[in-house]
Write a new protein. Structure first.
Ligand SMILES: Cc1ncc(COP(=O)(O)O)c(C=O)c1O
Length: 407
């Protein structure tokens, strides 16, 4: 942003609510309870597998200097997940990797006496057996695309459940990867339940990015896949720069939980303050933080931030966030298109960035907090703060992106 230029954004309308999490542990090293929830070994296995996939390349981390100056903070770094494996979002890391782990496990059960490795799955050593296995998930777009891509890559069948509001473009992208798509009426959470029921009836394997009591192992693998992104970001930050704050968007909380755990593991006592940012219309994590236990947000209208429009928290994500996320804020949809445009048009004088609807929530939270001295104080933000943001998607639906950016 050029000196003297004001942000073409009504910042007072961005943040709807804020809640501090009194249960968050402060001044503590990485807790064993979180290590148990997302073990180092599980994450290391994911890193080894994913970084050996064809075309693996770290996504860029940009230092947005003009934005930092606008926000009067010391630095803002933005991890741009748009180029991730040509799928457009960080979700490419989780679902596809979880498919690989499911196939490893199922093949091991079907071929007694053989130790099947993740590499065997990647190398398609057992194509006939794989082709008879079906993976299934519900999605608002990105996770399903990742699962479909994994199924195509590792040679199994795939069925993807979409709720009524998922865009046609996102459906086409999933079908182009060879998956069968089932449209249901209702919201995202209805599609999760439908996928689970149909999987039971058909002996399919649910590969969900959200978790619930009795179903945690596969979502844990999904989250382990996301740590490739967090690990890259921490490696890419300038030497000796430990972020003081992370503003991270929340859907079901799998992403935010991963970011919380992985940064805590690396930075220990110096871990950044984690601010979870959700749409006002689907603030299940915010409501859970207020209650001190999982709560459902009843969604009456889908947020423009499609990937964040979840009414039910992920159990595994919540278990981490309950101990680790200090703050939860909710934002309205109003800032979404203007912020996407600002990033696209390079209005601040920084790197121009293609950011999808769900990518900018963290940035929106930061901008709104810096425009509100009281909220800045509550979040401990100052001119000395170093902020890390995750731009979790690029233009995952080009038509929707163009419409929003051109307005
Ligand atoms: C682009 C994008 N960002 C963030 C999220 C939120 O992730 P989670 O549901 O794990 O909280 C999603 C979820 O689909 C997403 O697609």
């Amino acid at each position: 942003m050029h000196p003297g230029q004001t942000l073409a954004l009504e910042t007072s309308s961005i943040v709807a609510k804020h809640c501090h999490n009194p249960l968050a542990l402060t001044g503590q090293l990485y807790p064993p309870a979180i290590e148990k929830t997302l073990p180092r070994r599980t994450c290391e296995n994911a890193r080894q597998a994913i970084t050996s996939w064809a075309n693996y390349a770290p996504t860029p981390l940009y230092s947005l200097k003009a934005l930092a100056s606008h926000c009067n903070v010391a630095s803002v770094h933005y991890k741009d997940e748009g180029p991730r494996f040509g799928l457009g979002s960080f979700k490419a890391l989780g679902g596809a990797y979880a498919v690989q782990t499911v196939l490893q496990k199922v093949l091991g059960e079907k071929i007694p006496g053989t130790t099947v490795t993740l590499k065997d799955v990647a190398d398609s050593r057992y194509p006939e057996i794989c082709s008879e296995i079906t993976v299934v998930t519900a999605t608002d777009g990105n996770h399903g695309r990742s699962v479909a891509w994994g199924a195509q890559r590792f040679g199994c069948q795939c069925v993807i459940y979409l709720h009524a509001e998922v865009s046609e473009g996102r459906q086409r992208a999933i079908e182009a990867l060879g998956a069968k798509v089932v449209r249901i009426t209702g919201h995202y959470d209805n599609s999760v339940h439908q996928a689970e029921r149909d999987a039971k009836d058909n002996d399919w394997f649910v590969v969900s990015d959200t978790s619930w009591p009795g179903y945690t192992e596969i979502p844990r693998q999904v989250m382990a896949g996301y740590t490739v992104m967090t690990g890259e970001a921490m490696d890419q930050l300038p030497d000796n720069l430990t972020p003081t704050h992370v503003f991270i968007q929340g859907g079901c909380g799998g992403l935010a939980g991963t970011v919380c755990a992985d940064l805590w593991r690396r930075y220990g006592l110096a871990r950044p303050r984690l601010v979870v940012v959700e749409p006002e219309s689907a603030a299940c994590l915010y409501l859970s933080a207020l209650a001190g236990e999982p709560r459902v947000a009843s969604i009456t209208a889908e947020s423009l931030m499609a990937g964040l429009s979840c009414g039910e928290v992920s159990l595994v994500g919540w278990q981490i966030l309950a101990l680790g996320a200090q703050d939860f804020v909710t934002i309205t949809d109003e800032s979404v298109a203007p912020l996407m445009r600002l990033l696209a048009e390079n209005n601040w004088g920084d790197q121009a960035i293609v950011a999808g609807e769900s990518a900018i929530a963290g940035l929106a939270g930061l901008i709104a907090a810096r425009a509100d001295p009281q909220l800045s104080d509550k979040l401990g933000l100052s001119q000395n703060s170093h902020v890390l943001l995750f731009g979790t998607e690029g233009a995952t639906d080009l038509e929707v992106y163009r419409q929003l950016v051109k307005q």
